[in-house]
Design a protein around this ligand. Structure first.
Ligand code: 13P
Length: 257
């Protein structure tokens, strides 16, 4: 567990909930938090679809929720002829604090390469937000013993050759592909091993002190049942939660438990 690091627990809603449903979920979450507040030393971000960002922003303000707004991706360019895309600057103007970059679903389904991910991370920093950089291996990569090499390469590709303070400001989400939406979580030992490798790689890139400041999340079928043991794992500083973040009670338990 991170010694001085503030735990970051992030809700990735993916392509779920319309605008009305989004508001309802935030209201339910607010009711849970008023009964059981977020403990000190924990930060929470909510990453709705673009269509609900403004609604969730307004709800956070109305209910004075101690959570910050996040987004699920952005374009690497600041503006231009990119039909359907959303720029980092547009997100920053909505008070978005964290933007997910390189989620495995976008890498796999939209051909998002390491180069594109790096450019997106640059755009996020240009607009004074923080990336949540997703990295992780497939089952085949794990079985053939190349998981750590792949994850280190993803980290180095996105964050290498950047000022040390920007590396320190990053959040990494270790999301093994075999655990996402699968109902199978990594064991705390598995998570600790890879998160420690990630921190070592960050140390190579930016120095040990900066690496120690980076929050490293685990993601992949996190539930209220699995979250406690995972948060006790070495170098695990929070979660990127998919399915369980769509259930106000379960997400509240993960956040406050
Ligand atoms: P699940 O928690 O649904 O497995 O999703 C994990 C994830 O991909 C979060 O970004």
């Amino acid at each position: 567990m991170g010694d001085q690091r503030v735990i970051l627990i992030s809700a990735n809603w993916k392509m779920h909930l319309n605008n009305v449903e989004a508001l309802s979920l935030v209201q339910q979450f607010a009711a849970h938090l008023s009964a059981s507040p977020i403990p000190p030393g924990r930060e929470v971000s909510i990453h709705p679809p673009f269509t609900s960002l403004a609604t969730v922003k307004a709800a956070i303000e109305t209910y004075r929720l101690p959570v910050v707004l996040g987004a699920q991706t952005c374009h690497f360019a600041d503006s231009g002829a990119y039909t359907g895309e959303v720029s980092a600057g547009m997100l920053a103007s909505l008070n978005v604090r964290y933007v997910i970059a390189g989620h495995s679903e976008l890498r796999a389904q939209c051909g998002e390469t390491d180069e594109v991910v790096r450019d997106k991370v640059s755009a996020i920093y240009r607009h004074a937000m923080r990336p949540i950089l997703c990295v992780g291996e497939t089952t085949a990569e794990r079985n053939s013993g190349v998981a750590e090499r792949k994850v280190r390469r993803q980290v180095a590709s996105a964050l290498g050759d950047r000022p040390a303070e920007l590396v320190a400001a990053a959040v990494i989400a270790y999301e093994p592909l075999w655990a996402i939406g699968a109902g199978v979580t990594a064991t705390p030992d598995d998570a600790a091993q890879m998160c420690t490798a990630i921190r070592n790689e960050l140390g190579n890139l930016a120095g040990v002190d900066e690496a120690a400041m980076v929050r490293i999340q685990y993601g992949g079928s996190v539930t209220a049942e699995s979250s406690g043991a995972l948060l006790g794992a070495e170098n695990v500083d929070g979660f990127l939660v998919g399915g369980a973040s769509l259930d106000a009670e379960q997400f509240s338990t993960i956040v406050t438990g």
